[in-house]
Design a protein around this ligand. Sequence first.
Ligand code: KG4
Ligand code: ZN
Length: 341
Amino acid sequence: MIVLGIETSCDETSAAVVTDGRVRSNIISSQLIHGKYGGVVPELASRAHIRLIVPVVEDALSKAGVRKHEISAVAVTQGPGLAGALIVGLSFAKALAYGLRIPLIGVNHLEGHLYSNFLTEQPAFPFVSLIVSGGHSILVHVEAPFSHRVLGETRDDAAGEAFDKVGKMLGLGYPGGPLVDKLAAEGNPAAIPFPRSYLEEGTYDFSFSGIKTSVLYYLRSKGLTDTVSKEIIDRQHLADICASFQEAVVDVLVAKAISAALNTGVRDLTIAGGVSANSLLRKKMKEETDRHGIRLYYPPIEYCMDNGAMIAYAGWLRLKQGMSSPFTLKPVPNLPLEELA
Ligand code: KG4
Ligand code: ZN
């Protein structure tokens, strides 16, 4: 079965071909236009998707050596995501599937992230997954394919959002996550005691808006403006702020994921989403899972960020079960993970 996967939920236009669960191509075009605005501008994202969708899909098919009429189904992100951005991918996918008379499969973006580790490895069910991205921070217990329970999620900012906002305050650019990660490698994580927000006893929920505010207050206390330019702050000081902030976020993510794995009795733990590319998160999670005899999985970088391959894979799982979507499928910007497309 050859599935074409299309992902346009935010600022990546991506298409991929997956044959019987194996990736044949995965083209990701990241929209650089948002950088100068310090965040994704929804209307610009939709327009860029319109411009990019055809060349990106053609590229994915040609890299895979697959012709249109050989595709078995078209899988596409239905939500969550930006409404206008989702509409572009959905409209394209519907037209293509209708024209080729093949099934259309709506995929939940979070379900895509959930199965992104399966593109290269085979975690054993049941497992716990920590999905951390620019839009989400969520802990899920996955009993079997299509059977999962959300254990906890963020009550305010997503982990990636906190990285991006702190990156912006520090004048590093957008997206801040990878830039903070890189600078943190030169800094002292014990330099500034930023707070760890574990919330009340026993909850798997997260909160990252407090730490972001602490960074802001710290900068003010040092007489630094809200958006610090790299030129006016000493590089070592900047690296120390990055390292201290990053460690505070990672400590909470690791503690909650490990306790979820131990309390549910799973042997496998997966991390996914853009923040799963973070070097300290990978390192600390590996140390803790090793200590507890839990197997850890994280995707290669190209499958951490938004990509068509994970959508195609989740679509293929559905296709195998005989599931498909009606051509009246609508975008759902706030589609929860529990809800099947
Ligand atoms: O999964 P993704 O591509 O898009 C969403 O679904 O949101 O994740 C993007 C997020 C951004 O917030 C970005 O700053 C963050 O992932 N990110 C990182 C790293 N690489 C990407 N955060 C921390 N460390 C990184 N190395
Ligand atoms: Zn995502």
